[in-house]
Each structure stands twice: as C-alpha cells, then as structure tokens.
Ligand binder design. Structure first.
Ligand code: NAD
Ligand code: TYD
Length: 349
C-alpha cells in the first residue's frame, strides 16, 4: 500500500491531486502537510475530511522536527512535494519568501526522506534505500525560461529561469537532482506547463478573469496580451504525476503538457464570450517586469516512454472550468472575501 506525504495539498493542484488519488486507489494513506498560506484552502478538501484514508496536518515544510515526527508516525514510502509559493507577481515583490519555502523547504523534505529511507541512515555514503520509495518534486516548465516564436522545451533544454519564482523552483529542482546524483536517492522531477481547473486561487489568469467578468470589473491584460502559455487541465496533470509515480525511472525528469498553446488575450476573449460579456471589459495594463513571452512543452518523453496521454482538449477543459466557477460561486465569494481563512479554525479546532 502507498503511504503518501503530500505537501501543499490545500492549494490548487495539490487538492485536485488528493481528490484524484482517493478516487483512483482504495488502499492508500494520505497525509496532507500544508501551512495554509493565503493560497491554501482546506475547504477544497471538504468532501474528504471524514475519509479514513486522509489526514490533514497544518505545518511548514521547513519544520524539521514536525516532518521527522510525521515520518516516524506514518512510515511514508512516497513524498509528492507541491508546497510552494507559486505566484510570479508575488515573487517580484517578496522574493525572499520564495527562496525559503521553495528551496529550503524542498531540501528539508529531501533530507528527512533520505534519512528515513536509507538502509544505513547514519552512513552518509550509503546509496541504498528501502524498496519502493520515491520522492517526486513537482517542478514547472518556467525553469526553462522563455521561448521565442518557435521551438519547445524538452527535458534537455538548459535551465534559464527569469523570475524569482522560477529561479527558486529551478534551485529546488537542481537540489532534488543533486540528491539523486550524490546520494542515489530515488527521485523524479516533473516540469508541467500552466494548469487550469477547479480550486485555483483567483490571482492566476483564468480564475481572475472569470471572477472579474462576473462582477463586470475590468480584466487586466498585461502588456500586449500576446504572451503564450501551454495550458493543461489540472486533472491531466494529476494523472501524469500518478503515472510518473508508478512508472518513472529513478532520477529522470519528465515534462508534462498537452500541446495547447494559447495567447493570453485569446483566453480572455474566450472567457468573455462564454459568459456572454463583450470585450469592453478588457483593460491593457503595464506589463509584468521580465515577463516570459512564450512557453511550450514537448511531451514526447512522458507520452512515448510512460504511455501518459492527456484526456481533455483545451476546448473541453475551459468550458468545464468556467462552468465550475459559475456553479461554485460561494467558494469564489469566500476566497475573494477572505472568509476561507476562518474555515480551518471552524473545522479543525
Ligand atoms: P498554490 O499556490 O495554489 O498552492 C500552494 C500550496 O502550498 C498552498 O496550499 C500553500 O498553503 C502551501 N504552502 C506554501 N508554503 C508552504 C510551506 N512552507 N509549508 C507547507 N505548505 C506550504 O500552488 P499550485 O498552483 O497548486 O502549485 C502547486 C505546485 O505545482 C507548486 O510547486 C508549483 O510550483 C507547481 N506548478 C504549478 C503550475 C500551475 O500552473 N499552477 C504549473 C506547474 C507547476
Ligand atoms: P499566471 O496565471 O500568473 O501564470 P504564470 O505567470 O505562471 O504563467 O499568468 C498567466 C499569463 O497571464 C502570464 O503571461 C501573465 C498573464 N496575466 C495577465 O495578463 N493578467 C493578469 O491579471 C494575470 C494574473 C496574468
């Protein structure tokens, strides 16, 4: 049976991953370790709180004592590290926090996993580990930097991050690689493109634009709006991570993406059209400093070597997503008013 430590599971992708795993596997134990920053919302997991396979622990991935205790108590054989500061715009105003959580937090988790999984924990040269253990680092395509009009990121593209966010994720990614190269730790690194779907905090492009258009507020498009992202429905990201956990070769990096390149303005127009609003809400604003122009993922390795394929096209996924936000207006209301912050106290104290 898998005994998984999922970090950052109250955030957007982590909570979708927990729903996905509980749906896919009967025999599983999940501990969700999340410090509940502004981006962590335990309400995303409302429907699984009573599930005996699920435990929530409020805590920081930089807290060695707590993580050591959790390893001793739950005997994890898998770690999936989602916990991160994840918003590029915030990393421009507060880079230090990104370095602490994204780099030091990842190294803390790695170190404790290594100690608990090594067959000789006190021998730092030991390269042998318990059977069937794995540390999966959820990285991002942003570590590769930006593309021009052509080309795609492969796993061999040099790392060249441009924002404090992507630089901190690249550092974490390289530390995970180093634990494999130096200590032989069983790890995988996944680098996914932009995700969209339910439970995404409305500071990110798609939920922000949906929310503002429901309120008839301006839709702030950075620069000329012609920056390109490669969009993947969040459940497809979850199935890709699951595939890498099952079949990924130790030490390997896997790009994840679904070949859905779209310009930001195209997405904004599509959202307005679906909501029956006109383009007059679009407001061009000052560009993000160091704004990456284009991302595009070459997914050949994961599709050909591991047999993963995305299930949803962008046209299906975006409609599903818009409809989810329009149906779950109370979720959006509590997130935008800050009320979700009180949920933890109500549910867990
Ligand atoms: P998110 O911001 O929605 O969630 C992050 C979660 O981590 C939150 O629940 C937060 O409370 C928690 N967290 C933050 N600091 C923590 C700490 N010190 N200790 C414990 N928990 C902490 O982010 P997301 O969009 O769900 O992204 C999850 C992961 O996937 C991140 O590592 C991100 O870099 C990566 N990623 C995201 C995307 C995307 O499009 N969103 C794409 C590729 C990769
Ligand atoms: P975002 O969702 O922040 O993801 P990332 O920066 O990690 O790709 O932004 C997606 C794209 O949308 C990016 O090019 C920036 C742009 N954007 C806007 O034009 N306006 C906005 O209000 C936001 C949040 C993003």
């Amino acid at each position: 049976m898998k005994n998984i430590l999922i970090t950052g599971g109250a955030g957007f992708i982590g909570s979708n991953f927990i729903h996905y795993i509980l749906k896919e596997y009967e025999s599983i134990q999940i501990v969700n370790l999340d410090v509940l920053t502004y981006a962590g919302n335990p309400e995303n997991l409302d429907t699984v709180v009573q599930d005996p396979r699920y435990t929530f622990v409020k805590g920081d991935i930089c807290d060695r004592v707590l993580i050591e205790r959790l390893f001793k108590e739950y005997h994890f054989n898998t770690v999936v590290n989602f916990a991160a500061e994840s918003h590029v715009d915030r990393s421009i105003t507060e880079p230090e926090l990104f370095l602490k959580t994204n780099i030091i937090g990842t190294q803390t988790l790695l170190d404790i996993a290594k100690h608990n999984w090594s067959i000789e924990p006190d021998n730092k040269y030991c390269r042998e580990y318990l059977k069937d253990v794995k540390f999966l680092q959820v990285s991002t395509d942003e570590v590769y930097g930006a593309l021009g009009n052509t080309g795609m990121f492969t796993e061999k593209t040099p790392i060249a991050p441009n924002s404090p966010y992507s630089a901190s994720k690249a550092s974490a990614d390289l530390i995970v690689r180093a634990y494999h190269e130096t200590f032989g730790m069983p790890v995988n690194i996944t680098r996914c493109s932009n995700n969209y779907g339910p439970y995404q905090f409305p500071e990110k492009l798609i939920p922000l634009m949906i929310h503002n258009s429901t309120q008839n507020k301006p839709l702030p498009v950075y620069g000329d709006g012609l920056q390109i992202r490669d969009w993947l429905y969040v459940e497809d990201h979850c199935s890709a991570i699951d595939t890498v956990l099952q079949k990924g070769k130790n030490g390997e990096v896997y790009n994840i993406g679904g070949n859905n390149e779209k310009a930001n303005i195209e997405i904004v127009r599509l959202i307005l059209a679906r909501m029956g609003k006109d383009d007059s809400l679009i407001t061009y604003v000052k560009d993000r400093p160091g704004h990456d122009r284009r991302y595009a993922i070459d997914n050949t390795k994961i599709t050909s070597e591991l047999g993963w394929v995305p299930r949803l096209t962008f046209d299906e996924g975006i409609i599903k997503t818009i409809d989810w936000y329009l149906t779950n207006t109370e979720w959006m209301e509590r997130v935008t008013s800050g009320d979700y912050m009180h949920y933890y106290e109500k549910m867990y104290r």
